[in-house]
Design a protein around this ligand. Sequence first.
Ligand SMILES: C[S@@+](CC[C@H](N)C(=O)[O-])C[C@H]1O[C@@H](n2cnc3c(N)ncnc32)[C@H](O)[C@@H]1O
Length: 429
Amino acid sequence: MNNLRALAAEVLYQVVDQGQSLNQVLPIAASKVNPKEKALLQQLCYGVLRYLPSLEHYCRELLAKPLKGKQRVFQFLLYVGIYQLQHMRIPPHAAVAETVNALQALNAPGLKGLVNAVLRNFQRRQDELEQAAEQNEVCKYNHPGWFIKLIKSAYPKQWQQILAANQQQAPMWLRVNQQHHTTQQYLDKLNGASISARLVDGFTDAILLDSACDVFSLPGFADGACSVQDGAAQMAARLLDPQEGERILDACAAPGGKTCHILELANKLDVIALDCDQSRLNRVQENLDRIGLSATLQCADASTPDTWWDKQLFDKILLDVPCSATGVIRRHPDIKWLRRAADIEQLATLQASILETNWSLLKPGGTLIYATCSVLPQENSDQVKEFLAKHQDAVHQPLHDNDTLAQPGWQFLPELNDGFYYAKITKKL
Ligand SMILES: C[S@@+](CC[C@H](N)C(=O)[O-])C[C@H]1O[C@@H](n2cnc3c(N)ncnc32)[C@H](O)[C@@H]1O
């Protein structure tokens, strides 16, 4: 099957109903369509995941009874159809005709009448349906109710802005390998190659592209001149501030964006890049190979150092712990539907255990950076606050004026950059 709308419906079914990650299922579907159609397939899948609650609401109104069981794939095809009518510039008659045609590929030509009728009715009743959806907070903001509640309570003034940012397409950022070029030099090279981009204040190694492009069109990409990495994610290595000759642990390293950045910033580093997932660790090696730098890779559980640690203390430790990834929803809209409220508590427990056990691996005088790509205080400032209260030998190092013991750390909210959190803790001598 290589009908892209049919493939989109199947991908969405696998993600939303079967709990699979978009990162896993979308590439398989994309390998079945012709290269020119890949962008549209991705846009349809991302778009439906961004607007899922409102699309569900419209279909509840438009279908006499919901499609169930194996027929759920057709329900997702309806979402694909309505998403095109509501959010894309595809001429409506083409959107309807192509969506109806997808039923052939899904071996359900008998449903053509139904799908056609639902999409035509949506066109007729669009204003009324949209107004009704606005009355319900989950449909209005297109986020799960539990998440809206947590964000409202954590950010009483900014919650709507955060939810709106999550609905946007993320821009493409580059990290310039300072061993090859200064950031300005590389920007000049990009401009010379007619790739329009700019520097952003406060992000030393970063360049923001005006529009996304194929990485192999970037000058020197294959030789490691730059990497694709969000601006806020690039703060990790700068805050760790690696110095020549240091022994550094990157405890949750895969796919290695931050490991590579650390290695680009100083010479003769002894970096251990550890991750519990071997397949993801293989990607660290691929990234290291491309930039031509090396680290010791270790597949192990960061929370059980007894199983892997050689008893040599570290000068610096980066803990980019597993988290809800609620700061990167715009890049991974499936997070909204795969995460559950109960996950947050479980993740906080795992994060506390990784922080606790790795603290004893740090030299007196050493520095630990705790990082997440979450916007939830439960995984961020609450976590660090509790840790600091328990450890007399831990010294909180403020990263800006509002980084206080009452609410430690530096919370980046999703805007130009992704949502990220950092806290810096040093160990008393
Ligand atoms: C946020 S990602 C790390 C991103 C990475 N630092 C980068 O910049 O490319 C978190 C990583 O933690 C790993 N992980 C989860 N639980 C772990 C554990 N108990 N021990 C070690 N790694 C773990 C996951 O496999 C995942 O690769």
